[in-house]
Design a protein around this ligand. Sequence first.
Ligand code: GLU
Length: 481
Amino acid sequence: MSAPRVRVAPSPTGDPHVGTAYMSLFNLGFARRHGGQFILRIEDTDRARFRADSEQQIYDTLRWLTLTWDEGPDIGGPFSPYRQSERLDTYRPFVDRLLADGHAYHCWCSPERLAEMRHQQQAKKLPTGYDRLCLGKSAEERKALGGATDTPVVRMLIPDDAPLTFTDVIRGEVSAPRPDDQVILKADGFPTYHLAVVVDDHLMGITHVVRGEEWISSTPKHILLYRWLDVPEPAWAHMPLLRNADKSKISKRKNPAARLTWFVEQGYLPEALLNFLALLGYGPQGESEVFTFDEFSASFDWSQVNTVGPVFDLQKLDWLNGHYIRALGADEFAQRLVEFAARADELGDDAAVLVSAAAPLVQERTRTLREALDMLHFLLVPADAFAIDETAAAKQLGDGAGPVLDAALAALEPLTGWAAPAIEEALRVALVDGLGLKPRNAFGPVRVAVTGSTVSPPLFESMELLGRETALTRLRDARAR
Ligand code: GLU
């Protein structure tokens, strides 16, 4: 195969959708497999839904995932600009040509008239679609009929023999419904997605259009535009839509995990998320589920894409993420945790050193960086904000706790060094040997007193990191409750 050129073409309409990462991953996997190029194009022609900060978030989250592009608005490339709002002059001649050839026509119908038309069609149980009132009319002729605006849009004239089937790289022969006379140029002079995508994919030399299955119904329109403009059609590959457990489409309104930034905030590792996305609807059953992007791309094959909507199972992601966390070297894990804490803005002065030192205590017992940081909360919280969880207190700091805490304080106060083995030794002698308690009953109150919770990283190491003064103060405060 000659080197493919593929693209992802997100619209900057809000927080980047997880589908953008999914599409990027498959496009990039395919491009790398065959030594091709992956292009990022920003499709910002829908001005009503445009959000200014969205484009930067797309860059940031895709880079975080290491899904990097060879050409794009921020890095340029031979087909610049890669932002559609900067290409308006490019589209106009294509529209003029379609008008001149009779494949497109002006339409002056006002939104009110179109709504009324649809209403009537529905009342008569007719298929809804543009009724071509404007077709073949001049501006004056049309105006005389009423319900017209001054600035026309341009519509495609869909022929009776429009192509309604096409070959899809993933799905084989695909059928799509007959399209309406699609608007390709809006009254504001901006092209619609349908025109811009075809013109840009053509001019940018895109060989394979890899996108979500929701675009299947648009493909006949795009095929017509390729034919009318007399340019070669790309290959089509429509990926399955990601679905919630109830099979509904993943939407940002209903599912926080539809937002890519959510995964960053929750402390997932990019390599785990990539692996998770690659597993969605892809791969031979029964083989290892853990693989890197390089392994994925080295064996990339469209025939492995399963078109039955893959279910977004976050438990699987948690499992994978825990696996990747445990596989990191200790220093690397510490560094990621510090970076995460800094990003989450939970790093006070000196806390980076503390997080780094405490990282080994949590690496084996956490599924996400968020969880790891939460486990270290007792260590990072300022003295005046430390609070003991009430349920934990009810369990461990009841009447029986007084003698335990007294004995613990008496054993720890005279300690000269403050290292975990010495702390452990002193507490064992005082509580297990001295008071005859089972370790669980001996250390439970101490754990809750110093960490505020019944679950914590290993107790003696935690106390060492907390420091002598803080640990003793917390024990005394708990005793005084
Ligand atoms: N701008 C479209 C989107 O946001 C791109 C669809 C395509 O890849 O053709 O999904």
